[in-house]
Design a protein around this ligand. Structure first.
Ligand code: GLN
Length: 282
């Protein structure tokens, strides 16, 4: 079988299965199987597929047809221009989370914030990107899942930030015993009843990273009870929410941080996505 035949065969199977991005999925899985670039694939349509690559490609196609997210099949996903290792132990990084990152970065650059806590770090994308973008800062990255922290650890090493990113196992802010300039969090926020209605791909992700209780805000409500103990009085809090949660989340934060300006930031699709709480200037 040639490269061209392998590609078109996979596209046909994916289209028959009703996948959204059949051609793209087939191409990136073939690239991964061959360890070759997109350009190479298009320049070598008649090259026969080596047996091993063919076997790898078949197995990837099978798992994709079962609904496995592309990021897990490839073992990586890009976030803010850098590649992070991911697998089924962590949520797949989403582009929307860059809205949260950019809000935190802007605040940190303006105020010279130096101490960050990332609650529910998962694969570590927020903690590690903050460490790389804000050169002298220190980041404490917390997760209640030891499995997730193992993945975060791989990414900390991969990006060479082990000296400035500390991984802590525990519930929310429990393992944090110092004061932080900035707290960021992407906690589970999908309402329980909606978790089983999610796309098949999303349901392959850890339920513990998605299920946020009856209205999706249970973990954020608990987090906010702990925030005053850890957040420095002039510090800032940024967290990701679902597109129906802006108003409710804003109220929860305002009740706990009355001296902060609380705003709902929107993603590129113009949906509520991030809560930003910054101390009011005198
Ligand atoms: N954005 C994810 C989704 O909609 C949810 C992420 C989360 O709960 N933190 O599937």
């Amino acid at each position: 079988m040639t490269v061209r035949e392998a590609l078109s065969g996979a596209v046909e199977q994916f289209e028959a299965a009703g996948l959204d991005d059949s051609r793209l999925d087939a191409r990136v899985l073939l690239e991964h199987s061959l360890d070759q670039s997109t350009v190479w694939i298009y320049q070598h349509p008649e090259t026969p597929l080596p047996t091993e690559a063919n076997a790898r490609f078949d197995s990837l196609i099978r798992r994709r047809l079962m609904g496995m997210p592309i990021a897990y099949l490839l073992g990586s996903r890009e976030f803010y221009g850098r590649v992070f290792q991911v697998d089924a132990r962590v949520l797949v990084p989403r582009p929307e989370t860059e809205v949260l990152l950019e809000a935190a970065l802007e605040y940190a650059r303006e105020t010279r914030a130096a101490t960050f806590v990332d609650v529910g770090t998962g694969s570590g994308i927020l903690a590690i990107t903050l460490a790389l973008e804000i050169p002298a800062c220190r980041v404490w990255a917390v997760d209640r899942s030891a499995d997730a922290l193992a993945v975060a650890g791989l990414n900390v090493d991969r990006h060479g930030v082990a000296d400035r990113v500390n991984l802590l196992l525990g519930d929310l802010l429990t393992p944090v015993s110092f004061s932080a300039d900035v707290i960021v969090a992407n906690l589970p926020y999908v309402p329980t009843a909606e978790v089983d209605q999610l796309q098949r791909e999303v349901r392959q992700e850890p339920r513990g990273a998605l299920d946020g209780g009856s209205d999706g805000l249970d973990l954020y409500r608990r987090l906010l009870t702990e925030v005053p103990r850890v957040l420095s009085p002039r510090g800032a809090l940024f967290f990701e929410i679902g597109d129906q949660q802006g108003a409710a989340a804003r109220l929860i934060v305002q009740a706990v941080l009355p001296g902060h300006r609380v705003r709902v930031l929107r993603d590129l699709a113009d949906r509520d996505r991030v809560i930003s709480a910054i101390a009011e200037r005198e």
